[in-house]
Ligand binder design. Structure first.
Ligand code: PMP
Length: 367
């Protein structure tokens, strides 16, 4: 090597901000001991297979995958605009709502800026924040695993660019109420973008739930984030969207990966909106299962936080790993969050039965 070449000249220079980026730990694939049925209830997926009408559209769209998708996502944007009753300019799509979140941070945060959110919450928040070189300001949940909106308001500084409110909160389950969210939004400075992450919206049946589209309508700094991954059952196609006022929505279009929402995803999402009545029956069945599971677990003596999503939270602390391992022995792949707790997705009835059984046995053995 030439004399003036040092080691540091031969190593690719990566951004030091990457050292602060935590790894996304996805839900593990299903696994079970021999002879035991395996259920993957680790990623809040919809246990139902795609609707035949959606599969048909997917097959048709597959015939044109030699072409780029419609970069403007025209048909889906219009369909969302019609079904939500918002102008099409207010809709911005992305590669899953996690992709849209990345677009949000890229559009708002310079290195050193702050993003405020509750913790524990969705694990992509610290990742997208750190990727921008921005700082996470995490505000602990209360004893019932709820957002502490007063503490989140108090955590806003001059450097705060974004506040994320996850309702219902992943991985713990509770929602924020409309009235408390409205008061919070009235109190947040208009320079701060508030993201209402409603990935699990369709599973909410509490009448006090936020009417987020009402809250966003008169507040240019409020946006709603939604996904086709959960209730719509399209997790594998990666499609989510924001509803935001034009300055924010057009910034999200600028920071999107070009052609990031592929043609099959666009077609499937349009077909799924059309089939919503059919999908809603499945959502209702999952909500009924959630009610059954929560009642059974509480009947066994568990403290289960209120959940408005398609999952339940076991705040097991140090015993989280043992519980996840016991469930795995019974065929259930749960999602463990270090020594905070374990999350179980409401899945097919049989999976939910196994969960109730495992949880009951656990309490007997670990009183
Ligand atoms: N927000 C929350 C709260 C989530 O739990 C998830 C999925 N785990 C997402 C957003 C992202 O989902 P997707 O990228 O599939 O739309």
């Amino acid at each position: 090597a030439p004399e003036n070449t040092s080691d540091t000249d031969t190593e690719v220079r990566l951004r030091s901000a990457l050292d602060q980026v935590p790894a996304y730990v996805p839900g593990k694939p299903a696994a079970a001991p021999e002879g035991v049925t395996a259920y993957k209830v680790s990623s809040n997926e919809n246990p139902y297979p795609p609707l035949p009408s959606v599969l048909e559209v997917v097959r048709d769209a597959a015939a044109s995958i030699n072409r780029y998708p419609d970069m403007a996502v025209t048909e889906l944007t219009q369909a969302l605009s019609d079904s939500l009753g918002v102008p099409a300019e207010h809709v911005a799509t992305g590669t899953g709502s996690v992709g849209v979140l990345g677009q949000v941070i890229a559009a708002t945060c310079d290195p050193g800026d702050e993003v405020v959110y509750a913790w524990r919450s969705f694990e992509a928040y610290p990742i997208v924040t750190a990727l921008a070189g921005a700082q996470s300001v995490q505000v602990g949940l209360d004893d019932h695993a709820r957002h502490r909106l007063d503490a989140m308001r108090a955590a806003i500084s001059d450097r705060t660019k974004v506040v994320i409110v996850c309702t219902p909160n992943n991985p713990t389950g509770p929602m924020v109420r409309h009235d408390e969210l409205e008061r919070f939004l009235d109190d947040v400075p208009g320079r701060v973008l508030v993201v209402i992450d409603e990935a699990y919206l369709e599973f909410v049946d509490d009448p006090e739930a936020p009417r987020s589209l009402e809250l966003y309508r008169d507040r240019p700094n409020v946006m709603v984030l939604r996904t086709f991954s959960k209730a719509y059952g399209l997790a594998g196609l990666r499609i989510g969207y924001a509803v935001a006022h034009p300055p924010v929505a057009s910034a999200l279009r600028k920071t999107a990966t070009p052609f990031g929402v592929n043609s099959i995803a666009q077609a499937a999402a349009v077909a799924s909106l059309k089939a919503f009545d059919e999908l809603k029956e499945r959502v209702d069945a999952l909500v009924a299962e959630r009610t059954r599971v929560v009642a059974a677990l509480r009947g066994q003596g568990w403290f289960i936080p209120d959940t408005q999503a398609n999952f339940v939270w076991f705040g097991l602390g140090e015993r989280s790993g043992d519980f996840a391992a016991a469930a795995q022995q019974a065929g259930l792949t749960l999602r463990q969050y270090g020594t905070d707790g374990v999350r179980a997705t409401i899945g097919e009835t049989e999976a939910n039965d196994v969960l109730i059984e495992v949880a009951g046995a656990w309490l007997t053995e670990h009183p």
